[in-house]
Design a binder for this molecule. Structure first.
Ligand code: ADP
Length: 480
């Protein structure tokens, strides 16, 4: 129980509730203070209005009917207590008291002090504090025409009684109010922080088990709220991480699988060469085969690393202005011989120049791979065209062939590492060319797309920005 409370005390929910309660109490005191002062001012004004009105009334009576009539009027009102009792004092011009009336329940005021000293001027307010210091007798003075002095006053007792009652009500309310505010605040804060608790639980489960297949199972109650959005994003992030891990696992499996074949061949060749009865020529031939196999393995590993570097953004590109026209012509020259052997026509409708900013060697690698595929997959007598143009300030290169095209079900996979189309397995290749092309083009801030109608050839479109942000690098060019 204690440990639970202790844990709760450390939570953001508790601290938030505490702040909330503190703000509530402060606001309560601010409202209380304001109400009290408004009430006090209003009651004081009422009392003074009453005193002024009584004073005027008695003065009028004095002028109307003389001293006796005025005194009688005071006596009558104070005896009946209607409408309210009040203090009255009549004094000679030298301030000697002639008449004094103090309601019986207003005791403890030293009214003799009023007779001390010279008489005050008309309109002067004098306050006498009760002996016990509780109430104050406030008096207003008026000098009559014959020089006499009339003073009328009222005790602050009634006013203090009302204000005291008000304070007691406030004091009685504050306890339940703070408690209610704290409990309510705790409830609301806990409710509000529910997504955070679920997130913490899910993150803890990932840390403890290392599995990322769990999700925060919390329905979105208020779309657009920050915490609900965080839950949705957290789940999406887990989905991405899961798919990346699955992709990495798959790639690793594929690499292991694809490495096994050349490594087994290499081992078999070496083993066969070691068998007795082989002459030097056969051993040399076996060594040459081993070299070829190891080259293939090395190429595969280098390309995989290049792709990974380009995709993760760690590849540094040696950027410079590059005219794509000679780069494309070089790529075509590289495969012209193979194309001629297959009677495949290579056409290059190129503009005089098309300059982009990029890494010359990487760009050469991109187009070499595309031309290689086009020539490789186009049957005898077919055509391969490499065209380039500038559109909307971007360089657009199209490598098109009249080969078998790409089946629609394979199109989404051709960019995956080590993926090879069903019909392509009989042809040489590692299934890394297009992965490398896409990774490089994207590292240059461009895009590459494949379009193909089955049987009607394939068309690869590379779009490159003609200027882009700088990034250094110079890895080896690898051709699959
Ligand atoms: P590889 O050519 O070594 O198999 P790539 O990554 O270059 O690997 O290409 C992946 C797959 O895409 C190929 O196996 C092939 O099925 C398909 N492909 C690529 N280019 C073409 C093309 N020009 N015509 C038809 N299919 C193609």
């Amino acid at each position: 129980m204690f440990s639970r409370i202790n844990r709760l005390r450390k939570t953001a929910v508790f601290r938030l509730t505490l702040w909330y309660s503190a703000v509530l109490v402060l606001s309560y005191f601010a409202v209380l203070g304001l109400t009290y002062s408004l009430f006090f001012t209003s009651l004081l004004r009422d009392d003074r209005t009453f005193i002024r009105s009584k004073l005027g009334h008695v003065v009028a009576r004095y002028y109307e009917a003389g001293l006796q009539a005025a005194v009688k009027e005071i006596e009558d009102e104070n005896t009946s207590g209607e409408p309210e009792p009040y203090f009255a004092r009549l004094a000679e011009a030298d301030n000697r008291t002639l008449y004094l009336s103090l309601p019986a329940h207003w005791q403890g005021f030293d009214v003799g002090l009023l007779a001390q000293g010279p008489p005050p001027a008309s309109g002067t307010w004098i306050s006498l504090t009760q002996v016990n210091g509780q109430d104050v007798l406030e008096t207003a003075s008026h000098v009559l025409v014959d020089g006499r002095l009339l003073q009328v006053g009222k005790s602050s007792g009634d006013r203090n009684h009302v204000l005291g009652h008000m304070l007691r009500v406030f004091a009685a309310v504050i306890g339940p109010l703070v408690l209610g505010g704290f409990v309510g605040g705790l409830f609301l804060a806990r409710r509000h922080f529910r997504p955070v608790r679920h997130l913490t639980r899910a993150a803890k489960a990932i840390v403890d088990t290392g599995r990322v297949d769990g999700r925060v199972s919390l329905p979105v109650r208020r779309p657009g709220s920050e915490l609900d959005e965080l839950v949705v994003l957290f789940n999406r992030m887990l989905e991405r991480i899961e798919s990346v891990i699955a992709g990495m696992r798959e790639a690793l499996d594929n690499v292991a699988h694809d490495l096994r074949t050349p490594l087994t061949r290499l081992r078999g060749t070496a083993e066969a060469a070691l068998l007795p009865g082989h002459d030097l020529g056969a051993a040399q031939e076996a060594l040459a085969e081993c070299l070829e196999e190891s080259d293939e393995i090395l190429t595969m590993l280098t390309t995989l690393m290049d792709i990974s570097e380009a995709e993760t953004g760690t590849m540094t590109l040696a950027r410079e202005p590059v005219d794509l026209v000679p780069v494309l012509a070089d790529a075509a020259d590289l495969y012209r011989f193979v194309a001629e052997e297959k009677a495949v026509t290579l056409s290059l409708p190129l503009p005089p120049a098309l300059v982009v900013v990029g890494d010359r060697r990487r760009l050469r690698q991109v187009f070499a791979n595309l031309v290689d595929n086009a020539v490789k997959y186009t049957p005898e007598g077919g055509r391969v065209s490499i065209s380039a143009s500038k559109e909307d300030g971007r360089a657009v290169v199209v490598v098109e062939d009249t080969g078998p095209g790409i089946p629609p079900e394979e199109t989404p996979h051709i960019w995956e590492r080590l993926y090879r189309g069903d019909k392509s397995r009989s042809r040489p290749g590692l299934g890394l060319g297009l992965s490398l092309v896409r990774a490089m083009v994207q590292a240059h801030g461009g895009t590459v797309e494949a379009a193909s109608a089955l049987g009607a050839g394939a068309r690869f479109t590379v779009v490159l920005p003609t200027s882009s942000a700088a990034c250094p690098a110079d890895p080896n060019i690898t051709k699959m």
